[in-house]
Design a protein around this ligand. Structure first.
Ligand SMILES: [Zn+2]
Length: 242
């Protein structure tokens, strides 16, 4: 079972064929409105994440890659994209979508061990953050980003499909950077308590001194005052042991 916290569960839309392994998070564009239940996740213009398939099961968005690819579909129609483009080559992901894709990638990294790096192509050994066109055949010579390389898995039966468009493929490094920042923030979370934070805690305790608990408050104050340096020492020791 793997449902992402914070994603709005849409009910299981897969025929429940299990994944073989987890290598890739693949970015798509819907050419329409979210959700697209063929993918595990859909992201609306405002960054809302919808989940249509448990990641225990395969999506239907990446053809021969479905056994190892987690698929994200992104909305590209509606007011935020200037209406209904026939081909959304000119509509980048909204900032909220970039952040939501980053959250999904960070979760996929922590849950399924997908590496936080750009996937170079659709070959069976390649892993990381990919775009759909990497598994699509066609003449992409007039585009910025290439399609399937020789020996790569075929991720679509539609020859020449540009998904998720050049302008959105160009945003993959932003998605990756966001995921890395999220993961680092959690791993460094223990460092978040600075001296300034401790002072704020002390102030808060001073304002709130419940009757009959003065002694307990004094102890809390001492702990708060000592916390930052203690926490930093602990953290440094953990790092040294790695
Ligand atoms: Zn696609």
């Amino acid at each position: 079972m793997a449902k992402m916290p914070g994603a709005l569960w849409q009910g299981e839309h897969s025929p429940k064929v299990e994944m073989d392994r987890y290598d890739v998070v693949c970015v798509h564009t819907i050419v329409g409105y979210a959700p697209a239940h063929a993918a595990h996740f859909s992201v609306k213009a405002d960054g809302t994440i919808l989940q249509s398939r448990d990641t225990r099961y395969r999506s239907a968005a990446n053809l021969n890659g479905n056994h190892r690819v987690i698929a994200i579909e992104n909305e590209d129609h509606g007011p935020r994209f200037g209406g209904t483009p026939t081909l959304p080559e000119w509509v980048p992901l909204t900032l909220e979508q970039v952040e939501a894709n980053g959250r999904i990638l960070a979760w996929a990294h922590q849950t399924h061990d997908i590496p936080l790096e750009l996937c170079p192509n659709s070959r069976a050994m390649s892993r990381g953050l990919a775009y759909h066109r990497q598994g699509i055949d066609g003449d992409f010579s007039r585009y910025r980003f290439p399609g399937r390389v020789s020996g790569g898995e075929l991720w679509s039966g539609s020859r020449g499909k540009v998904c998720p468009t050049d302008v959105r493929i160009a945003q993959l490094p932003e998605i990756l950077a966001h995921a890395r920042a999220l993961v680092n923030k959690e791993e460094e979370g223990i460092m978040a308590l600075t001296d300034a934070d401790a002072e704020k805690l002390v102030e808060a305790f001073m304002r709130y001194k419940p009757k009959g608990q003065e002694l307990a408050v004094e102890q809390l104050l001492k702990q708060a005052a000592n916390a930052p340096s203690v926490v930093r020492q602990e953290h440094r020791r953990d790092r040294a042991e790695e």
